[in-house]
Design a protein around this ligand. Structure first.
Ligand code: ATR
Length: 494
């Protein structure tokens, strides 16, 4: 695995604005790409001044319309622009596949600049990606670049396999879009010479991240051959806050580890990818919590009983499944009871889906007497049978029986979540103020249901508390280290 550089792509209308962007992000980057095709034509004369002003190794890219860029002039004009910039100190000149010109290419080489020989596939990932990259090379000194558009996890796997096959070939290899994010975050692991990033709001390719995020949260410039890789997999996954929680913990403890979000539409392909990248473990979220069970070689009792798993850890001969949803759910409850949860308490669980299953398991294990209410009563009945509980629907009868099971009320459905924040499944239930009310929805921070409970004087537990606690427990399982206290305190305050 080689080292990789963080390259800021600037694409403003004037050189002055481009330079300002570079200065703004200077502390986070190693290189700069000047997308000269975005410049106003009156700025072309200033292009040669760029490398000396920014004082970073610079790439000059003058992309034509035909190659997905903005330069409108002829190929001859484009070549003239490039010639004008030779000798100005650009470290690289980006030249697309198919635009080879022996005279110009020789002039570039003679000027001391290197040619990046690039090809872009905005539609997908070619099956012969490795061969295509090798074919790009026209001169020994050239740096081949392939930017492709993975449309699924299988395509991402193809890129990883290509990186593995070309391990000893210096190259730029990146995936665009949501499925390509991993290649940009882990460019040092994919053996890509660099990863491009853009100022926020100025992305020149789908999926460009901002340099500060890459440098400070994902610690891109510290990733090396020994960095242990962890992930969260889901679909969608963009809005997961787990990377924030885990990466901050690694940084605080000085651990050589990184935690990345991975959009996964095929678990089979992802598990192959996880092998190639030698991942240490990963968190699992919707919709994969049940599906991962097919790929586990070991599982703990909770995974078997619940039929779902949110934590997968690499073991010597495969993958072990665990469940921090259970411990994460219980931790805030223990706090409410200042330690041990008394036996024999009466609880109602609202909902009978996957989340409810983990909650019912945790409660029954802790000797709660549980009533399950659900819209689809058969589902409540089914879950109740598995864990020997009572069950009902949101009927007058169900709400009445809730009265006898209301020391703790846990809301596990998605009702009340953004964007339908005015929804409240139990609007007919009037709180006395003696109930402990636990909501699993964390967006918004306080649902209408929880607000109503708080107003009645109930002790309430927010969904975010469970989210953090299950992440802390995962952090421990992944790293063997406790999540830093100082960061916990900060999260509690948020
Ligand atoms: P999760 O893993 O998040 O629990 P799930 O397994 O799909 O997701 O379960 C969703 C739960 O939310 C179920 O209890 C579901 O009720 P049904 O079993 O009747 O479908 C409940 N739910 C979702 N939307 C609901 C709605 N609009 N009204 C009432 N219950 C709802």
């Amino acid at each position: 695995m080689g080292s990789s550089r963080l390259c800021l792509t600037v694409a403003e209308k004037t050189i002055e604005e481009d330079v300002k962007q570079v200065q703004k992000f200077a502390q986070h980057i190693d290189m700069v790409e000047l997308r000269a095709d975005f410049l106003e034509t009156k700025e072309y004369g200033s292009i040669p001044s760029f490398p000396k002003v920014v004082r970073f190794p610079s790439i000059l890219t003058m992309r034509s319309r035909a190659h997905g860029g903005h330069f409108l002039g002829s190929e001859r004009e484009r070549q003239r622009m490039i010639r004008m910039a030779l000798g100005a100190g650009f470290a690289f000149i980006d030249r697309e596949e198919g635009t080879e010109d022996p005279r110009l290419d020789q002039q570039i080489e003679d000027s001391g600049a290197r040619i990046i020989r690039s090809f872009h596939d905005f539609e997908g990932v070619p099956d012969d990606l490795a061969a295509r990259i090798l074919k790009l090379l026209k001169r020994k000194t050239e740096l081949p670049k392939a930017t492709v558009m993975p449309g699924n996890t299988g395509d991402l796997l193809k890129i990883a396999q290509c990186a593995q096959a070309l391990r000893n070939q210096q190259k730029i290899l990146l995936g665009m879009g949501d499925f390509g994010l991993l290649t940009r975050l882990l460019a040092p692991v994919f053996d890509s010479y660099l990863s491009y990033c853009s100022p926020p709001g100025m992305e020149t390719a789908p999926g460009h991240l901002d340099p500060e995020l890459l440098d400070t949260l994902f610690r891109f410039r510290e990733i090396d051959a020994r960095t242990e890789i962890f992930a969260v997999i889901g679909n969608p996954i963009k809005h997961s806050i787990s990377p924030q929680i885990h990466n901050k913990g690694y940084a605080d403890l000085g651990l050589n580890a990184v935690y990345v979000p991975v959009l996964v539409d095929s678990l089979r392909d992802f598990f192959q990818l996880a092998e190639i990248l030698r991942m240490g473990g990963f968190s699992v979220t919707i919709p994969h919590k049940q599906g991962v069970l097919d790929f586990l070689t070991e599982r703990d009792e909770s995974v078997t009983q619940i039929g779902a798993c949110n934590t997968v850890i690499r073991r010597q001969n495969g993958w072990e499944g665990k469940n921090t949803d259970v411990s994460g759910f219980l931790a805030p409850l223990r706090k409410v009871f200042a330690g041990e949860i008394p036996a024999g308490l009466k609880a109602t669980v609202i909902g009978a889906g996957g989340a409810a299953r983990a909650v019912v398991y945790a409660l029954v294990k802790n000797r709660f007497d549980v009533l399950i209410l659900n819209r689809t009563e058969e589902r409540a009945q089914h879950l109740a049978r598995d864990f020997r509980c009572r069950w009902g629907g949101y009927t007058a009868e169900g709400i009445t029986s809730m009265r006898g099971f209301s020391e703790l009320i846990v809301q596990t459905t998605s009702v009340g979540m953004v964007p339908n924040t005015q929804a409240d499944l139990l609007s007919d239930f009037v709180f006395t103020g003696d109930e402990i009310v636990y909501e699993l929805v964390y967006k918004p921070h306080e649902t209408k249901f929880l607000k109503r409970a708080a107003k009645a004087g109930c002790r309430i537990i927010h969904g975010l508390d469970m989210l953090y606690e299950q992440a802390y427990d995962q952090f421990f399982l992944f790293t063997g280290r406790e999540y830093p206290q100082a960061l916990r305190a900060k999260n509690n305050g948020s």
